[in-house]
Design a protein around this ligand. Structure first.
Ligand code: AP5
Ligand code: MG
Length: 221
């Protein structure tokens, strides 16, 4: 299966992708995580991306599309993919469709996790992430354990772009594109609206229920 998780910053894409990709045997690909890793390694691509990320802006398509297409062409993507944070623009969506089409493949479903915007600021400013494995916590709603043992390199960090001013910029940047992408995939009859409020495990169940409705031929592809 080839699935996309769509949603504003803080909607819960990463939280759900960690659970679902594992459960469904899919490769989780987060372009945000790829850029952060490249920035931490101080590669040319990472340092360029960091300039945009620190302002809450999108990294330009010419950088992002090439990086993503290269990643999904790797052998480990053949088992199926769960995209988190890509596409974020219509040109990205079109490039993805074209690249998959060349391999007689396609996106099977787009899961649009919807959360009222007034809940997103507190979700993001209270987020803590493990630098070792990417496990996602929240200081109120999902506190990390006293002794962090999620991986061998466990260490909690806060994302630089989770400061209130940058969160506001990210929401402003993403609002319009997210709606445009929802329309794009609605027109292709691939969009599933998912209520992203409430307990994360309830949201996982809603996502799985939507995925079960994806036609069997696509599900077996
Ligand atoms: P990216 O890393 O993708 O960030 P984002 O889209 O802003 O989304 P987040 O990761 O902040 O939120 P999320 O939906 O994953 O929520 P999470 O599960 O962590 O991108 C970062 C930057 O990279 C972009 O701004 C851009 O610059 C660049 N970039 C990336 N992709 C790009 C692209 N394709 N094109 C151009 N530029 C690109 O949850 C958030 C918090 O909420 C956590 O603390 C979690 O514990 C909590 N939480 C989760 N679920 C619940 C719940 N149900 N109830 C209460 N709290 C919850
Ligand atoms: Mg994320």
């Amino acid at each position: 299966m080839r699935l996309i998780l769509l949603g504003l910053p803080g909607a819960g894409k990463g939280t759900q992708a960690h659970v679902l990709a594992d459960q469904l045997g899919l490769l989780h690909i987060s372009t945000g995580d790829m850029f952060r890793e490249a920035a931490a390694n101080r590669t040319e691509l990472g340092l360029r991306a960091q300039e945009f990320m620190s302002r809450g802006e999108l990294v330009p398509d010419e950088v992002t599309i090439g990086m993503l297409l290269e990643r999904i062409a790797q052998p480990d993507a053949e088992k199926g993919i769960m995209l988190d944070g890509f596409p974020r623009t219509i040109p990205q969506a079109e490039a993805l469709d074209a690249a998959l089409g060349e391999r007689d493949s396609q996106i099977d479903a787009v899961l649009y996790i919807e959360v009222p915007e007034d809940q997103l600021m507190s979700r993001l400013t209270g987020r803590w992430t493990c630098a070792g494995c990417g496990a996602i916590y929240h200081e109120q709603t999902n506190p990390a354990p006293e002794v962090l043992d999620c991986c061998t390199d466990a260490k909690l960090t806060q994302r630089a772009d989770d400061q209130p001013d940058t969160v506001k910029a990210r929401l402003d940047t993403n609002r319009e594109w997210t709606e445009q992408l929802a329309d794009y995939y609605e027109a292709a009859s691939k969009l599933h609206h998912i209520d992203g409020t409430g307990d994360p495990s309830d949201i996982t169940a809603r996502l799985l229920a939507a995925i079960e409705t994806v036609p069997t031929t696509a599900a077996e592809a």
